[in-house]
Write a protein that binds this ligand. Sequence first.
Ligand code: ZN
Length: 274
Amino acid sequence: MTRPIWPNGARCAVALTFDVDAESPFLFQPGGETRPKTLSMGTYGPKRGVPRILAILNRHRIRATFFVPGWTIDNWPETTRDIARAGHEIGVHGYLHEEFSTLSPEQQRDCHERSLAAAERVIGHRPVGVRPPGEYTPETLRIIWEMGFLYDSNMRGDDRPYRVRIDGKPTDLIEISPHWELDDGPYFSFGFGSGYAPVRIQSPETAYEAWSREFEGYYREGLCYLLMTHPELTGTPGRALMLERLIEYIEQHEGIWFATCEEIARWWLKSGQE
Ligand code: ZN
C-alpha cells in the first residue's frame, strides 16, 4: 500500500474541517421554515459554536477548512468573514444544504454556482473546494471536475488523498475523504423531527476515545487524518473542551502537518502523487 509523501518530511497530515450548516439543512426540509425551535438548533452553530472554535484554532495557530452552504454565507456574512479573516479556508457545501441525490445535473451546477457567487460577494474570492451534502449522483464528481474545482471532500473510499478518475482516467481533481467515524454527527446529532437521525447523544469522552485512537492508526501509517465536525454540535462548551484536548494530544506527536484541504490538494498535485 502506497504511503503518502508529505511536505518537509512530515509524517502525517491533519485537516480539521467544520461544516457551518446553520439553519440550512432544516430549511431544505419541507415546512422547515415553520419550526422555530428546530431552526434555532442550526442558529447555535454560527452564533455560538463558530466563535468558540475560532478561538481554539487561534490559540493553537492552526488553519482549518470551513465548508459553508451558500445560504449560510448569504445569511451569516459577518461570521463567514470572521472565519476567512482568521486565515481559514472556506469551501462550499451546497446552497441550501440540498440532498444532492435529489438534484438534476443542472440543479447541482446551479447550487455550486450560487454558492461560489455568494462567497465572492462576501469574502472576495471563489472557493476551490466543495463538499456536496448527502449522497452523490453518478454525475456529481464529473460536474465538480468540469467546473474546475481543485478538490472534493465527501467520498469515503480512501484515507489518503487521490486523483478522481473520470472515464477511467485520473484527473487533476483531488478527493480528500472524510469518514463517518471521524464525523461528529453519529456521536452528537439528536433531534425529534428535525431531519437529524434520532441517535443517542454520546459523551464527549466517547468521541475523544474514538478520534484519538483513530489518529494513532493514521499516524502510524502516515495518512491524511480528516476530522469533520459541525459548530452546532462540537461547538458546545464541553465538546469544545474535548476538541481542544484532542488537538493538544495530536500536537504531542512529531511530524504533524496541520493543513487546510486546499493546501493538501495542491501538495498532492505538485508532488505528483496518484
Ligand atoms: Zn452539512
